[in-house]
Ligand binder design. Structure first.
Ligand code: FHN
Length: 416
């Protein structure tokens, strides 16, 4: 009897002990490309002639589209211009070190060949190709990490999942049944068929129970112990923290965490009703503010139904990508600033070095840093040109040229 009790206690402990994955690569990588792609790109915020503002990927919920009607979108989904290598090389050119793509968003549609549900891109569309397979192969070929967004709680295609009140009355009769029959088997497919998965980007929704959060994190680590899980799994679980949508970090920490922003101000999926995009300057401010707090930045594009990115996203991401590549040393593997925010810009740090990201060139051509009198030298990171400096009391005083070398942001490396 004692043996049985001990086994039961061990089992219970095992169920509640959350295995943690190794997050070391995450802050090194710093920049991720988020892709919200699915059937919702077809309506893109318009349904039966009516425009719906806000997040385009929520069209089924906003327009209360019955599953029987929404499923018809699959018969139109045929992204013939999709080219996985093109997407991965674009991400690489723009300085992203990992890609996170929606494998199943709230509409329940799988962007890969799933044996669990026929509501997927291979079985239900004229396209018949497995986008996740092609993307995984291209990422492996080009050395790009790949993560999968998976909506674990909301699934408007399933009666026992969260969210579809227009088809199902009193939904979520048995949430565990949905976890056992769709969520966990699909996660198993994703974690056993597409090679190394960098992370599972769980998303929020109904309050998951502690046991449900623990169940899913352990389920992921059962198949890939080093696959990171995001904190939106709930209950303080997850290997790294994701902030709220489009919110800048407010604290500086060495912990693995990320801010996430979408290029389109209001929509993660492609939208024809929300067209305002963040300018390159706005994207730069988001990038610099985020990395100066030690956080990663996950920047989102919603691809178009034909399988390509909007021209404006390609243009703007290439502009910031050019700056990222020129100043890579100040970004990848850096930590946040040891100082409070500065009037002239942001700071990232590495052992023995501070990187001053100057976005507002001082009119008096002077810039001071409270280095407590430590001896140091300063140079422009890109050109390597030395900068005149002197110790004035507790501060390091830099004398700058009249003209800012790099319009968007000039990085000065201070070695001490
Ligand atoms: O409801 C989703 C939304 O569609 C989008 O996927 C964002 C991305 O972080 N997550 C949820 C809202 O926070």
């Amino acid at each position: 009897l004692l043996g049985i009790v001990l086994c039961l206690q061990l089992y219970a402990q095992e169920q509640n002990v959350v295995q943690k994955a190794d997050t070391k690569w995450f802050p090194e990588a710093k920049l991720g490309l988020f892709l919200h792609y699915g059937l919702y790109a077809i309506p893109a915020g318009v349904w039966k002639g009516k425009e719906y503002k806000g997040v385009g990927e929520w069209i089924q919920e906003r327009a209360k589209i019955p599953i029987s009607e929404y499923e018809q979108l699959a018969t139109q989904f045929n992204p013939q211009q999709f080219d996985a290598n093109e997407w991965v090389l674009f991400a690489k050119d723009c300085g992203f070190k990992y890609i996170v793509i929606t494998t199943k968003h709230h509409d329940g549609f799988a962007m890969y060949k799933s044996d669990v549900s026929k509501f997927n891109i291979v079985d239900a569309t004229p396209f018949k190709r497995d986008i996740i397979r092609e993307l995984a192969d291209a990422c492996k070929k080009h050395g790009m990490k790949l993560g999968f967004y998976y909506s674990q709680s909301r699934d408007w295609h399933e009666a026992d999942a969260e969210g579809n009140l227009w088809d199902f009355k009193g939904y979520q009769k048995n949430f565990q049944k949905y976890l056992d029959e769709k969520c966990k088997p699909q996660l198993q497919e994703l974690l056993t068929r597409y090679g190394d998965v960098a992370l599972i980007w769980f998303d929020g929704g109904r309050k998951m129970s502690d046991n449900e959060s623990t169940q899913l994190v352990n389920w992921v680590h059962k198949f890939q112990p080093n696959c990171l899980t995001s904190s939106r799994i709930g209950n303080g679980r997850g290997d790294y923290e994701t902030l709220s949508d489009n919110k800048l970090p407010t604290t500086t920490t060495d912990q693995a965490y990320e801010a996430l922003f979408t290029h389109n101000f209001r929509s993660w999926g492609y939208s024809k009703t929300e067209t305002k995009l963040r300018t390159p300057q706005e994207l730069m401010e988001v990038l610099l503010n985020t990395i100066s707090k030690g956080a990663n930045l996950l920047l989102n594009i919603g691809p178009k139904p034909e399988g390509v990115f909007q021209e404006e996203s390609i243009r703007d991401f290439r502009i910031i990508g050019k700056w990222i590549n020129a100043n890579a040393e100040a970004i990848y593997g850096s930590k946040g600033s040891p100082f409070p925010e500065m009037p002239w810009g942001y700071i990232t740090s590495k052992p023995g070095a501070l990187y001053l990201h100057v976005t507002k060139w001082p009119e008096d051509q002077k810039l001071s840093l409270p280095l407590n009198g430590r001896s140091s030298s300063a140079k422009f990171l890109v050109s390597g040109k030395k900068i005149k400096s002197k110790i004035a009391g507790e501060n390091l005083l830099l004398s700058l040229p009249a003209k800012q070398p790099d319009e968007m942001c000039t990085v000065i490396k201070v070695s001490y």
